[in-house]
Design a protein around this ligand. Structure first.
Ligand code: NAD
Ligand code: MG
Length: 393
């Protein structure tokens, strides 16, 4: 039986890499649905090649434009908006959902997929960071199969003793060694960080990714979000997760055991590896990734992260410890600050400042319902915008 795949965020970096793996295995995978924000031309191209049963655009204008672009001769039904996204995520005729929308916009459809018990391939780390315990409770309640796609978490998943065990305390695991590339500004001084441009921030040394996660990698907020992600996925305490800057990005993370063994997962920095792992798990399939040439790489390096120059990692760890709605506030403020940086409305060093002020301004509420989380997400976006408006020009 073929897996019926839905890709949330099909036109993005992860979405296109997922389609590349799917394309190589027509015997294993069929496409139920593809979704995108507003890129009608790209979605029309994908619909012509992959012929999904449903395509969803984020708003009705883009959906109408897609209907026009596809013309009469199409088997693809076009839907719009959050309702359409949730509908395809929970449809009975899809069993595998790739959650690859960027940011908090991905939470409602990812949650819909979780609640309907799908195999959920989680790239959209923001969804888990925002809703933590509630998200994991929804996974347990529905019996959804949550598989990590973030390369580090996929590596940890592969290195843990029983692949589906979510409790670090058992089986002799001592620590998770979470690797980080250090981003494009690893060796910049605090002074030099003030004048970096969005284009420089988006030019990651090892990975080709969407703009938002590229900026997050440059500020180390990506590692902060991943620290929180690791704590939820693997039931770890933050002190059990140690970030190791590894500029080669070949070791994707490691698991240390009480007997002194450290297991690592290595590979080229190519997201098709973790994507193929999640799509076919527990089997292995060709991902189109060339074999790793360790002779060409030659050496591996490791450093401690510098929390003075890159405060976002500290802010994320503090927000996780504060608990409740603090991680949702951290995430929302970061999304607003990164978007403003990309629009050249603030400088790189202002990103952590805006997040810190937003966290300070909002109370930490118990994260006891998704309504509370969405309300705090909206409040934090508002506060972050006000903080940006107050910055000296
Ligand atoms: P991207 O910007 O390349 O793609 C984002 C996708 O989401 C696009 O298809 C876009 O149309 C869609 N989208 C954006 N806003 C939307 C909205 N409001 N409503 C509906 N759809 C919307 O991003 P990406 O690099 O592919 O990252 C996607 C997710 O995967 C992020 O959460 C990121 O942190 C995570 N991730 C990415 C990588 C990577 O290598 N790119 C690695 C690990 C994790
Ligand atoms: Mg990652």
């Amino acid at each position: 039986m073929k897996r019926q795949v839905t890709i949330l965020g099909a036109t993005g970096s992860i979405g296109l890499s997922t389609l590349d793996v799917v394309r190589r295995h027509p015997d294993r995978f069929a496409l139920h649905a593809l979704t995108a924000n507003t890129n009608v031309d790209e979605m029309a191209r994908l619909c012509r090649e992959f012929r999904p049963r449903v395509a969803v655009m984020a708003d009705s204008r883009s959906a109408e434009a897609l209907v026009q672009a596809l013309g009469q001769n199409t088997e693809t039904e076009v839907l719009a908006g959050e309702q359409g996204l949730c509908q395809v995520a929970e449809a009975p005729d899809t069993d595998t959902v790739m959650a690859a929308i960027v940011g908090g916009a991905g939470l409602p459809p990812t949650l819909a997929a979780v609640r309907s018990g799908k195999r959920v391939l989680l790239a959209n780390k923001e969804a888990l960071v925002m809703s933590g315990q509630l998200f994991m409770d929804a996974v347990s309640e529905s019996g959804a199969e949550l598989l990590p796609i973030d390369s580090e978490h996929n590596a940890i998943f592969q290195c843990l003793p029983v692949a589906r065990n979510r409790d670090l305390g058992v089986d002799g695991v001592r620590r998770i060694l979470l690797t980080a590339s250090g981003g494009p500004f690893r060796n910049h001084t605090a002074e030099a960080l003030r004048t970096v441009s969005p284009a420089q921030a988006c030019k990651h040394p090892n990975w080709s990714m969407g703009q938002k996660i590229s900026v997050d990698s440059a500020t180390l907020m990506n590692k902060g979000l991943e620290l929180i992600e690791a704590c939820w996925l693997f039931n770890a305490r933050p002190e059990q997760v140690e970030v190791h800057v590894h500029p080669e990005s070949i070791i994707h993370s490691m698991v240390e055991y009480v007997d002194g063994s450290v297991l690592a997962q290595l590979g080229s920095p190519d997201m098709r590896t973790p994507i193929a792992n999640g799509l076919a798990w527990p089997e292995r399939i060709d991902a189109g990734v060339p074999p790793l040439d360790l002779f060409a790489i030659g050496r591996f390096h490791f450093e401690r992260p510098d929390l003075e120059r890159f405060p976002c990692l500290r802010l994320a760890a503090e927000a996780y410890r504060a608990g409740g709605t603090a991680p949702a506030v951290l995430n929302a403020a970061n999304e607003v600050a990164v978007a403003a940086f990309l629009d050249r409305a603030l400088c790189f060093a202002d990103i952590p400042a805006i997040i810190e002020r937003t966290l300070a301004e909002l109370p930490v509420l118990p994260a006891d319902s998704f309504d509370t989380i969405f309300a705090q997400d909206r409040a934090a976006r508002q506060v972050a915008r006000e903080q940006i408006a107050r910055l000296p020009v």
